[in-house]
Design a binder for this molecule. Sequence first.
Ligand code: ADP
Length: 160
Amino acid sequence: MKTAIYPGSFDPVTYGHIDIIERAAKLFSKLIVVVSINPVKPSTFTTEERMDFLRRSLKFRRNIEIDCNSGLFIDYFKKRDADVIVKGLRAMSDFEYEFQMALINKDMHHTAETIFLSANAASMFLSSSAVKQIAMFGGDISAFVPDCIAGDIIERLKCR
Ligand code: ADP
């Protein structure tokens, strides 16, 4: 019975994140998807909006919990008595930062193992920032985020 935590900004959630969530949920008995509240990296969408987009995007949530965290991640990890940190890896550009975070977390809490799932080919170049830029100019984001949240994202971001 292993609990995994998948942390991120999810600002907003994309099909890339959803793919990682669905695959990780099959590997662990429980998956906690945590929206990080980071004062150094202000988000476009509020914490509640980001959590709401996640809830609406995930059809099957039998063993998936959605939560948020404003403190040090490793403290949250310990508090939830979790076993594994899940991260998604796109191109090489993600690797250096994620590898550094994995080592730092392990240094702070020796049993904290990070597991990397590679992005699928279709999501390799997909990012929340790209989705936001397209939405801002009224572009079609239906290939990148679920239809049930696409309208709200465009409405919030479109240039008036
Ligand atoms: P971003 O870098 O787009 O702001 P997040 O902070 O929300 O993304 O990322 C949370 C986690 O999800 C990170 O491990 C990141 O590498 C991963 N991730 C982000 N986008 C994708 C994607 N398209 N495919 C796979 N993993 C992704």
